[in-house]
Design a protein around this ligand. Structure first.
Ligand SMILES: [Zn+2]
Length: 287
C-alpha cells in the first residue's frame, strides 16, 4: 500500500504458537522507502522475504534493489527475515548499538527474552553493518531519515523520521492504547512519546502494530497511548501494597483483569512491563 510519494506499507500476518494447539494471531508492518535504491524498515518474521519480494515484483523492482535494511529494534517480528533478506539483497543492515547483540546472536536474545515460538519467528542471526546514533541523518537517494532514540520498549528502540514526506516510523516504541503492554521501562516509554509529540512536521504515523494513520488521527494515537500508560501507572499505584513486594505474576493477573485484556496476557513478558512501574511508583504522573 502506497502511503506517500516514497513510502509504502506492507502488512505481514503471523501467529505465535502458544502450545496445546493454541495460537495468537498477530501482524506486523514492514515499510519500504523507495528511490533508485530501496530502504526497508524492519524485516517481519521468518519467511517474510517471500511477501516483501512479491510486493517489490509488483512494483517492477527486484530484491537486489534493497540497499539498506534498518531494524527499529531487535524483537523477533522485526528481525525475523533479516538474515534471508541480507543474503538475497546483499544489503547493509543497520540498527542502534544497543540492539546489536540481540540481532547478531539470536540465541542470546532467546536466553534473555524467551518469547513463545521464538524459533518459528526468527530465521537466524545477522551481522549489523552500520550502527545508528540518536540524531543521525541517514541520506537515501530520494529522502532522508532522522534517527530518534526511543528507549523503553526494547533496548536500542528507534523512531525514524522522513521529514520530506512527513512520515514518522515508530516501530513498537509507541504502545498500543488498550493493547498488550510490552515494555521494559514505563517512564522511558512516556518520555519517548513526549519527544515524539514535539517533532514538527509529522503527517503520517507508521507503527509496526497498527494500520497507517494520518493527520489528526496520528496525534490522537499519541495521546491515547500516553493516557493508557498513565492509566496503567495509576492503577498499579492504587492496587500495589505499600512495601512494593508484589509477586509479578499475581500483579499481572490482577492488572489483566482490570484492564480487560485477554487471558494470554498473563505471562512473564507482560508481568515485566507492569513491574517496571515500581521503579517510579512514588511518582503520580509518568511525565
Ligand atoms: Zn517489539
Amino acid at each position: 500500500m502506497q502511503i506517500t510519494e516514497h513510502v509504502h506499507a506492507l502488512m505481514i500476518p503471523f501467529h505465535i504458537p502458544l502450545g496445546a494447539g493454541k495460537k495468537l494471531e498477530r501482524f506486523v508492518y514492514a515499510y519500504l522507502v523507495l528511490g533508485t535504491e530501496i530502504c526497508l524498515i524492519d524485516s517481519g518474521v521468518k519467511n517474510s522475504e517471500v511477501l516483501i519480494f512479491d510486493y517489490l515484483e509488483k512494483l517492477g523492482r527486484k530484491p537486489g534493489d534493497i540497499s539498506l535494511l534498518i531494524l527499529t529494534h531487535a524483537h523477533p517480528d522485526h528481525i525475523g527475515s533479516a538474515r534471508a533478506i541480507k543474503a538475497a539483497a546483499d544489503c547493509t543492515v543497520a540498527a542502534h548499538p544497543e540492539a546489536q547483540d540481540w540481532v547478531e546472536d539470536v540465541e542470546l536474545q532467546f536466553k534473555e527474552r524467551p518469547v513463545p515460538g521464538f524459533h518459528t519467528l526468527v530465521g537466524g542471526s545477522t551481522s549489523v553493518d552500520r550502527l545508528l546514533q540518536d540524531g543521525e541523518i541517514i541520506g537515501l537517494d530520494t529522502v532522508t531519515l532522522e534517527v530518534i532514540l526511543t528507549p523503553g520498549h526494547a533496548k536500542g528502540s528507534i523512531y525514524l523520521f522522513c521529514r520530506e514526506d512527513g512520515v514518522m516510523f515508530t516501530g513498537d516504541a509507541l504502545p498500543q492504547a488498550n493493547g498488550l503492554p510490552i515494555y521494559e521501562d514505563a517512564a522511558a516509554v512516556a518520555a519517548s512519546i513526549k519527544r515524539l509529540k514535539s517533532v514538527q512536521g509529522v503527517k503520517h504515523l507508521l507503527a509496526s502494530w497498527a494500520d497507517p494513520l494520518a493527520g489528526s488521527a496520528a496525534f490522537t494515537m499519541m495521546d491515547q497511548s500516553l493516557e493508557y500508560l498513565q492509566r496503567i501507572h495509576g492503577t498499579i499505584r492504587e492496587i500495589a501494597s505499600d512495601d512494593g513486594k508484589e509477586d509479578p505474576m499475581e500483579l499481572c493477573a490482577r492488572m489483566v483483569k482490570i484492564l480487560g485484556l485477554p487471558e494470554v496476557a498473563v505471562n512473564p513478558l507482560i508481568a515485566k512491563s507492569f513491574a517496571s512501574h515500581f521503579n517510579i511508583i512514588d511518582r503520580e504522573n509518568l511525565l
